[in-house]
Design a protein around this ligand. Sequence first.
Ligand code: 4AD
Ligand code: MG
Length: 459
Amino acid sequence: MTPERTVIRDALTDVPAGTVVTVAGWVRTVRTSKGGFSFVQVNDGSCLANLQVVADKELPNYDSEVVHLTAGTSVTATGKLVESPAKGQSVELHAEDLAVVGPADGEAYPIQPKRHSFEFLRSQAHLRPRTNTFGAVARVRSEVSGMIHEFFRSRGFVQVHTPIITASDCEGAGALFRLAADNREEGEDAEREFFGRPTYLTVSGQLEAETYACALGKVYTFGPTFRAENSNTPRHLAEFWMVEPEMAFCDLAGDADLAEDFLKFIFAGVLERCREDMEFFNTRIDKTLIETLTHVAETPFFRVGYTEAVEILSAADRKWEYPPRWGADLQTEHERYLTEEKFSGPVVVTDYPAEIKPFYMRINDDKRTVAAMDVLVPRIGEIIGGSQREERPEVLTERMSQAGLNPDEYWWYLDLRRYGTVPHAGFGLGLERCLQFITGLGNIRDVIPFPRTPRSAEF
Ligand code: 4AD
Ligand code: MG
């Protein structure tokens, strides 16, 4: 294959008209005119737009191949880029050569040139990146992922690769996937543990990230996390990606400031760098998307204590499915009310009741609440969860026991408090929730390439 191919994004924007280029991609649509011309829309995934390839009957394979081209066929095309008379495209390619690389059975091809439901496309997860929406999601996801590293590294954070296999239950929510080796010999003790102890897929890299923060100051971990919660909702996955920064010598206020700066950096960045894809989402998914993201990137986030939030919700003239009550977790309906109606923008809710939050969060002086924060955004609700960590060894040990954890098993975590303890804080952003907010897509399964949800792991 020719190594000198031009990606269509460059062909449409960077390459001067008149240049001869070779492109390679997949046919989206073909229109053949009676006058002996075919107009072939080719997409190579480098951008949303297709390149129109104009082929005429002078091509040696015109009658045998070109007029029979169908959606899904892979092709290469070589020819001159010519300013296009057609509306909505800068240039088209006048083919001197148009070769079929791999044919596609046009009738069987599941991705026809029409609008398919997202639900149907989930059953075609291997082909859905060939659609406009899923191509755009993939590009935006990649860009956001890159910006996450850029943001933290530019602020002096060290990336730490925390393990995926762990023996600890960070969130204490009982939503662990247990691991078992699948290579036992016949008759071997089924209970034999590969690691000599029960192990799980991690629910969060936080505990390990804390150890490195208490040595390197500012760190972050970014990778897949797993939760066996049986919640079939449009905002939960069993496997999702989380970015977790952790800072030593930092309190909750510093943590909230970092979260706000971070989200603004990502939202502003995606608007600037993914213009074409964002305009597509704005047109096809949510007409207020760009306006909302622009507003959020420019306006200070509201801060409100949990207790005050419950008062606001209780005073609201509204019938709740779950009436707000001090001591109960905020439900999505509450989070949406705060962000969409009360404050019309992102809200950082702090100081939640201790009983509904994990053992590692720092107990406040009132003894009933912890130095927790959730960042809530319109439409989605919680996008970030974080806290200042309990740095006092006795308090932490007691909290562990209360939570039903054995402090002896977390001896290494407690060591951080025994030897040179420091106030420290961090948070976790769910990448897919963030992408839902950015793209406007209503179902979290549509912002990750291969969603893992209860009873669904086909691809
Ligand atoms: O609030 P969570 O459970 O916090 C933690 O895991 C902390 N250890 C983070 C930290 O302080 N370092 O999860 C953090 C974020 C949530 O706000 C949400 O965006 C996302 O992870 N999240 C999920 N995303 C998709 N599917 C799920 N099942 C998720 N559970 C949490
Ligand atoms: Mg949370």
